[in-house]
Design a protein around this ligand. Structure first.
Ligand code: PMP
Length: 329
């Protein structure tokens, strides 16, 4: 019989899929499809490694509680690993987070504490303050803090990087990924640079306005990537180049990935692919570009896959009547 003991044992080993329609050039552009992780995103990898590292250091003990300010993919990953290993999970999120997202976390058995969005970070009711307080109040509580936890980039150094090297038979020449905490690009990039003797080029994709591409934190709509501060999980040495991508280009490409490649993925995937295509403009037939797609598109049906939402930001022409890629500006 061929089975695993728990879905959490299926984290990693995601496939590479060649993009044939959106990337029809001489250089293969291969997508690493992270929504095929059991929790639906790349964050399963860091959840697993952060928990393991905390167990090794003794910060997390049997019967302990994981407390983290998160509403998204990291929460799902942590909730899944917590269930596997018998920990309690308490997630703190601001009230602007949709009920759907909170319900996903609750469905996995996590407790969700909702805080007002409209207060300053230092206010006692802010979600930063509440999560800090819960860590001190709950016995056996541990806060992973994905923005400063070295196990975040380390998980990619140990898994994502080696997988890509093996899957391409060492032929990868360029690696492209969006930057949020910076864990993905820093860990994967460092591994690929080391194993290739510096030959693999590492390219960060960033929303226009974010600090990584020289912005000051101007707002953008793509979720999960870009920052208005420099997290310690981001290694400033690793990127050879940063490509800034507009919201319009990110969302336009996200729709094309669903329509032309049958890859229903999130907006940060469209952003990363847009950057990868820019890279592939100046590569040759012997190059291999790998681009990482962090999550699936089902969490964004009311946004990038909703015509009215897209039109309200000017990403679709006003007479758009549904579905057609050509109408995406
Ligand atoms: N895309 C999405 C949807 C994400 O949730 C994240 C994580 N914040 C990223 C991209 C960026 O990954 P990283 O934090 O490893 O830089």
């Amino acid at each position: 019989m061929d089975y695993v003991e728990h879905v959490a044992d299926l984290v990693g080993n995601t496939p590479l899929v060649r993009l044939n329609s959106v990337a029809a050039g001489r250089t293969p552009v291969l997508a690493k499809v992270e929504y095929l992780n059991p929790g639906g995103s790349v964050k399963d990898r860091i959840a697993l490694r952060m928990v393991e590292a905390a167990e090794e250091s003794g910060e997390l003990r049997p019967g302990g509680t994981i407390v983290e300010p998160t509403s998204g993919n990291t929460g799902v990953g942590l909730a899944m690993i917590a269930q596997r290993k018998g920990y309690r999970c308490v997630f703190v999120c601001p009230d602007k987070v949709s009920e759907d997202k909170r319900n996903v976390l609750k469905a996995y058995g996590a407790e969700v504490v909702v805080c007002p969005t409209a207060v300053a970070p230092e206010h006692p009711d802010s979600y930063y303050s509440v999560s800090d307080r819960l860590v001190t109040e709950i016995e056996g509580a541990w806060k992973p803090d994905q923005y400063s936890n070295p196990a975040n980039p380390e998980s990619h150094y140990r898994s994502t990087g080696p997988e890509i090297w093996e899957q391409t038979g060492g032929r990868v020449t360029h690696f492209v990924a969006g930057i949020g905490t910076g864990g993905t690009i820093s860990g994967t990039g460092r591994y690929l640079k080391e194993i290739s003797g510096g030959r693999v080029k590492i390219i960060g994709a960033d929303p226009e306005g974010s600090v990584y591409s020289g912005g000051k934190g101007r707002p953008y709509l793509v979720e999960g990537v870009g920052e208005d501060f420099w997290p310690t999980t981001y290694d400033r040495q690793v990127c050879d180049e940063i490509v800034a991508v507009s919201d319009a280009d990110s969302f336009g490409m996200t729709r094309r990935l669903a329509q032309e490649e049958a890859l229903l993925v999130g907006g940060s995937c469209g952003m990363a692919v847009a950057a990868a295509l820019k890279v592939a403009e100046s590569t040759g037939p012997d190059d291999v570009v790998v681009v990482l797609l962090p999550d699936g598109g089902r969490g964004y049906l009311t946004k990038v896959f909703n015509d009215s939402w897209m039109a309200s930001y000017g990403f679709l022409s006003p007479d758009h009547s549904g579905g057609s890629v050509g109408d995406v500006l």
